[in-house]
Design a protein around this ligand. Structure first.
Ligand SMILES: Nc1nc2c(ncn2[C@@H]2O[C@H](COP(=O)(O)OP(=O)(O)O)[C@@H](O)[C@H]2O)c(=O)[nH]1
Ligand SMILES: [Mg+2]
Length: 304
C-alpha cells in the first residue's frame, strides 16, 4: 500500500510536471540571468502560483543568486525549493488546540461543489479515529440530497449527526447541533453549510446567522471558520475568499481536489496571499484522502 507521502506525490504529479517540469526544462543549459528569471516568472504565473508569491519567489532567487555568485541556470532549482518551502511554512496548527474549551466548532464554508461535505466526512473520520468525540450538524438544508449525503458520511465515520428536513432553518439545526455537542461532551462540532442560495447576500446572511446562533448556544466557545477551496480551479478559487471572509472570517483553509490537477501551484498562492494557514489538503474522494498540510512534505513531493 502506498504511504501517505507516496500518495501525496502521486496526487501532485500533474502539478509537478506543469510547474517543475517546465522550469527544469527552462533552466537546462542556460545562464542564470534576467532573461531566464523572466521565463521562470512566466511559468510560475501560468502554473497558478499567483503574482504575489511569484514576485516573492523571483525576488528571493535573485537575491540569493547574487549573494552566492551563482551563474548556472540549474542552480535555481535548489533556491526555488527553499523559497517555496518558506512561503508554505507560514501555517498554523490544524489540530484541535488543548487550550480551547470543548466543544470546538468548525464552520465549514465555501461555494457549491468545492468539497465541503466530503471534507467533513474525512475530518470526522480522522478525529474520531484519534479518539475525539465528533458531532456533525447538517446545516445544508437546501436540498434533501445534501442531508442524505452528509448522513452517509456520518454513518461511515461512525459519528453522531444532527439533522432536520430539507427546507428547515439551517441556523436552527446549528443551534440543535451545538446543544447536542455540549450535552454529549463532544470535542468537535463540524457544521456543514450550503454553498448555493438564491443570492450571495442570502448565503452570507445565513452563514452569519449560523455563527451567531452557535455562539449563543455555546457561550465562550472557540468557533473557527474553515474555508474550503477547490484546488482544481487554480487561481479562480481565490476570487471567492473575500466574500466568505467578510461574512464569517477565515481561520483556516482546506484546498481540495489536488489529485489529478495541474493547478496545485495555487496552494503556494493561497499561502502567500491570504495570510491564513492551509490546514488540510484533499487528494482524493476516499475517507483517508485528506492530509494535514505539511509544508516540508508538500515541497518534497513536488521536488523529489
Ligand atoms: N478527486 C477529488 N474529488 C473530491 C475531493 N473532495 C471532494 N471531491 C468531490 O467533489 C464533489 C463535490 O463534493 P461535495 O463534498 O459534495 O462538495 P460541497 O458541495 O462543497 O459539499 C464530490 O463528487 C466529491 O467526491 C478531492 O480531494 N479529490
Ligand atoms: Mg455539501
Amino acid at each position: 500500500m502506498a504511504t501517505p507521502f507516496e500518495k501525496l506525490k502521486n496526487s501532485l504529479s500533474k502539478t509537478k510536471a506543469n510547474l517543475l517540469g517546465r522550469i527544469t526544462q527552462a533552466v537546462s543549459q542556460r545562464r542564470l540571468d534576467d532573461d531566464l528569471l523572466d521565463d521562470i516568472e512566466e511559468i510560475l504565473i501560468e502554473a497558478d502560483v499567483g503574482v504575489a508569491a511569484t514576485t516573492r519567489l523571483i525576488g528571493g532567487i535573485r537575491e540569493k543568486a547574487a549573494q552566492h555568485k551563482l551563474s548556472e541556470g540549474q542552480e535555481i532549482m535548489a533556491l526555488l525549493k527553499e523559497e517555496i518551502q518558506v512561503i508554505l511554512s507560514r501555517g498554523g496548527s490544524p489540530l484541535l488546540k488543548d487550550s480551547d474549551p470543548r466543544p470546538v466548532v468548525w464552520l465549514i464554508v465555501g461555494v457549491n461543489g468545492v468539497g465541503k461535505t466530503t471534507a467533513i466526512g474525512k475530518l470526522a473520520t480522522r478525529f474520531s479515529s484519534e479518539g475525539k468525540k465528533v458531532i456533525i450538524a447538517a446545516c445544508d438544508t437546501f436540498r434533501a440530497a445534501a442531508i442524505e449525503q452528509i448522513a452517509i458520511w456520518a454513518e461511515r465515520s461512525n459519528v453522531d449527526i444532527v439533522k432536520s428536513q430539507s427546507g428547515s432553518d439551517p441556523a436552527a439545526v446549528a443551534f440543535d447541533g451545538a446543544k447536542a455537542a455540549r450535552a454529549r461532551s463532544a470535542d468537535l462540532l463540524l457544521v456543514d453549510t450550503a454553498g448555493r442560495l438564491q443570492t450571495k447576500a442570502n448565503l452570507m446572511e445565513e452563514l452569519k446567522k449560523i455563527k451567531r446562533v452557535v455562539a449563543k448556544a455555546l457561550p465562550g466557545a472557540a468557533i473557527y471558520s474553515k474555508l474550503i477551496i477547490d484546488g482544481s480551479t487554480g487561481q479562480n478559487a481565490l476570487s471567492q475568499v473575500q466574500v466568505f471572509t467578510d461574512a464569517v472570517g477565515c481561520d483556516g483553509i482546506i484546498v481540495t481536489k489536488l489529485d489529478g490537477t495541474a493547478k496545485g501551484g495555487v496552494v503556494i498562492a493561497v499561502a502567500e496571499q491570504l495570510g491564513v494557514p492551509v490546514d488540510f489538503i484533499g487528494i482524493g474522494e476516499g475517507l483517508d484522502d485528506l492530509q494535514a498540510f505539511d509544508a516540508k512534505q508538500f515541497t518534497e513531493a513536488l521536488f523529489s
